[in-house]
Design a protein around this ligand. Structure first.
Ligand code: MEV
Length: 439
């Protein structure tokens, strides 16, 4: 057992002490590890402190590139979309799709709903009808006793929409819920919702203790928002005449459209394909969600649950050809915020929001969904024409050349050599070594 890797009171150590402990416990050359960790610190001490304080036990920063995809025409307005992502081909693919659709009417996006959900999960072993009477009796108190919490949100036009009692005893013995819906306006609303729910639980518990309507105790299990938001949904769409899909690399637009629709149908019926198809959508979604300081884990969990809402995991996007028109669309749930949370703390998130001209949460939902659809379009277009590897390998080649600090002249020779040859890491490394020996 490696007992020397067990540490107590780690969180109380200073940052320097934490780094010392890690370097000594895990590295044969502790100074090298320490230097690497410190080389990612920001020279601006204040900025570094800001990042240190986002989480516990911060030792350094973990960089992701922040790229931009310009020329996104959405509902008649041009956007340059910020994307934080490490995968080499994603930003290029988004930009390519954006340019393609900007000359074909652009993207249309509409908000279908914006309702958020939270639940108080509790157990009650008594008579269910009595619980219904009790709930109806105390329901106004849930609103009254959260008035302080909801005041600001109500002033902004949001707040608690409704609270329902749900009997879930068919799924689990004695299990009931308060199922509450909220409008949180431009904030993601997690703190607001959780605070309201915890107050609902307190109110219910206190009322149950003095009520003679119930014939047993209420046991609160937990109070928490749901990241499944099937009524907080945005639709993104592109469409044009099939003939207008033509361009240099799409010589036969009819055949292209047919094959494209077929590829979407495969993702609709086949789970193995649907997951990868949706992963391509999430390449676009996550990158913008991350760049705008939103919670990508919540978004991921909610979207994949939505992809299985009819009992089987399926494609999030759909496509059709009707009366000579090609239409490609998707609906996804997105609980996003443009105020509060990281949006007001992280300088690069602020920059991203400024670049998007300070969007409302609804506008951001539209931008994110469009970026996901654009990404899906780019992936399907490559997959059904040249294959995905051509573009990927071009980017991969660039990465390997950078890794080996290739000069401008070397890059030219390498690109020429691999123009008509398959790119693999080993083949490029070999070629670079031959090239360097020769020169
Ligand atoms: C790669 O990150 C994403 C794709 O696999 C998506 C897809 O297959 O549709 C290219």
């Amino acid at each position: 057992m490696n007992a020397d890797h067990n540490v107590s009171g780690f969180s109380k150590l200073s940052k320097a002490e934490k780094i010392d402990w890690i370097a000594n416990a895990y590295f044969a050359h502790p100074d090298e590890a320490k230097n690497l960790i410190k080389s990612y610190w920001n020279a601006d001490a204040k900025l570094q402190q800001l990042h240190d304080e986002f989480i516990e036990n911060t030792i350094t920063n973990f960089y992701l590139p922040l790229g931009v995809a310009p020329n996104f025409l959405i509902n008649g307005k041009y956007y340059t979309i910020p994307m934080a992502i490490e995968e080499s081909s994603v930003v290029a693919a988004a930009s390519k799709s954006a340019k393609f659709w900007a000359t074909r009417g652009g993207f249309k996006a509409t908000i279908i709903g914006r309702e958020k959900i939270g639940q108080v999960h509790f157990l009650y072993k008594g008579n269910a009808e009595k619980l219904v009477t009790f709930f109806n009796d105390i329901k106004p108190k849930f609103f009254a006793e959260t008035e302080n919490l909801t005041k600001n949100m109500r002033q902004r036009g949001g707040g608690i929409l409704d609270i329902e009692l749900r009997n879930q005893t068919q799924k689990l013995d004695h299990y009931f819920q308060l199922h509450a819906t909220f409008d949180t306006k431009d904030s993601m609303g997690a703190n607001f919702i959780n605070s309201c729910l915890e107050q609902f639980a307190k109110t219910m518990k206190a009322e149950a203790e003095v009520s003679d309507l119930l014939d047993d105790d209420i046991e609160i299990v937990m109070s928490i928002l749901s990241n499944y938001v099937p009524n907080c949904v945005v639709r993104a769409e592109v469409s044009c005449k099939v003939a207008d899909l033509a361009e240099k690399s799409i010589e036969n637009p009819e055949a292209f459209a047919e094959k494209f629709v077929q590829a979407v149908r495969i993702a609709e019926v086949e789970t193995f394909r649907a997951v990868t198809h949706n992963k391509g959508i999430m390449n676009g979604v996550d990158a913008v969600v991350l760049a705008t300081g939103n919670d990508f884990r919540a978004v991921e969990a909610g979207i994949h649950a939505y992809a299985s809402k009819d009992g089987k995991y399926t494609s999030l996007s759909h496509a059709k050809i009707e009366d000579g028109m090609f239409t490609f669309w998707m609906e996804i749930p997105l609980a996003l915020g443009t105020v509060g949370g990281l949006t007001s703390l992280h300088p690069l998130v602020k920059l991203a929001m400024d670049m998007l001209e300070k969007p409302s949460a609804q506008e951001l939902m539209q931008i994110v969904a469009v970026c996901g659809l654009a990404q899906n379009f780019a992936a399907l277009r490559s997959l059904t024409t040249t294959g995905i590897q051509e573009g990927h390998m071009k980017m991969h080649l660039n990465n390997i050349m950078s890794q080996f600090h290739a000069t401008k002249e070397e890059r030219q020779e390498i690109r020429q050599h691999f123009h008509s040859r398959p790119v693999s890491h080993a083949a490029v490394v070999d070629f670079i070594s031959v090239l360097r020996k020769k020169n």
